[in-house]
Design a protein around this ligand. Structure first.
Ligand code: PAF
Length: 280
């Protein structure tokens, strides 16, 4: 596995790399990222190459968010990439990626206005800008993203559609702890008491799913059920949002149908956890 830190070395590598499957990350890699890389490895086969980027993108952090606090763990991350089958890791400095006088960014004006985007103005514009840049640099044939960040995945699909970026986007199911908590770099910030309550997020989603399967399709009723479950089992949590939305437009729906997405974000102290479930 090769570590590449500059744009010029990456361009040089790309010239002879052939088919490339790409996993963009911000590092602090956990088993969820390893699953993305393993999937890329599997889909690339023995002839394709797997590239992983590790870059904590300042553009996607708001002024009061955790950019400085975001964990930077390059050495163990490289070991994870190697074990999961990466051929190349691109880990540039901020100055390699962004010109000091940069003046262009990508704005997403619809999907990013709801769910996580409603409380994180500009976040998805930062994501779109860096992902478009990474796609231009790595020129992957396929990129793999996790479904835990479902809104991000929907926005990336829209980005490549609207800007005609020639890359196939593959979405991978969320990897979970044995008690259902979705893996996240931010789980490490939970106190023991918060960690004990955090699986209630998944349990609430599954309860809503099971109730929907009995024929309850009113979003209002399903939302009430989730609120009630969280009130009983996640008293330390503070709701950011809980919503039933259309999978593509991410707009709220009144009637839950197969494919409807239930998404939620809950604060535990300073840590914000997200999860989602596709009805089906
Ligand atoms: O999901 C992430 O880790 C980041 O948002 C991404 C896609 C790597 C862009 O910085």
């Amino acid at each position: 596995m090769t570590l590449i830190e500059t744009v010029s070395d990456l361009r040089h590598w790309r010239k002879t790399a052939g088919t490339v499957h790409f996993v963009p990350t911000m590092g602090a890699l956990h088993e969820g990222h390893a699953a993305l890389i393993r999937t890329a490895r599997q889909r690339a086969g023995s002839s394709g190459k797997v590239a992983v980027s590790i870059f904590v993108n300042p553009l996607q952090f708001g002024p009061n968010e955790d950019f400085d606090r975001y964990p930077r763990t390059l050495e163990p991350d490289l070991a994870t990439c190697q074990e999961a089958g990466a051929d190349v890791v691109f880990a540039p400095a901020v100055s390699e990626v962004y010109h000091r006088d940069r003046s262009i960014k990508i704005l997403e004006t619809s999907l990013s206005q709801v769910l996580c985007g409603a409380s994180r103005p500009g976040h998805f514009d930062g994501v779109c800008t860096v992902v478009a840049k990474l796609f231009n640099l790595v020129q992957p044939d396929e990129a793999v993203f996790g479904k835990k960040d479902y809104q991000q995945l929907a926005i990336i699909r829209r980005l490549v559609r609207d800007l005609d970026i020639p890359v196939h986007i593959h979405g991978l199911d969320t990897v979970r702890e044995s008690d259902g908590l979705a893996l996240s770099s931010r789980n490490r910030y939970l106190t023991a008491a918060e960690r004990a309550q955090a699986p209630a997020l998944r349990a609430a989603l599954e309860k809503a799913h099971a109730t929907w399967q009995t024929g309850v399709t009113s979003s209002r009723k399903l939302l009430d059920l989730i609120h009630q479950h969280l009130a009983e089992h996640a008293s330390l949590g503070r709701k950011d949002y809980i919503a039933l939305v259309d999978q593509q437009s991410l707009q709220p729906v009144e009637i839950a149908r197969p494919g409807t997405l239930i998404a939620l974000a809950i604060h535990f102290g300073k840590t914000r956890l997200i999860d989602n479930l596709e009805l089906g």
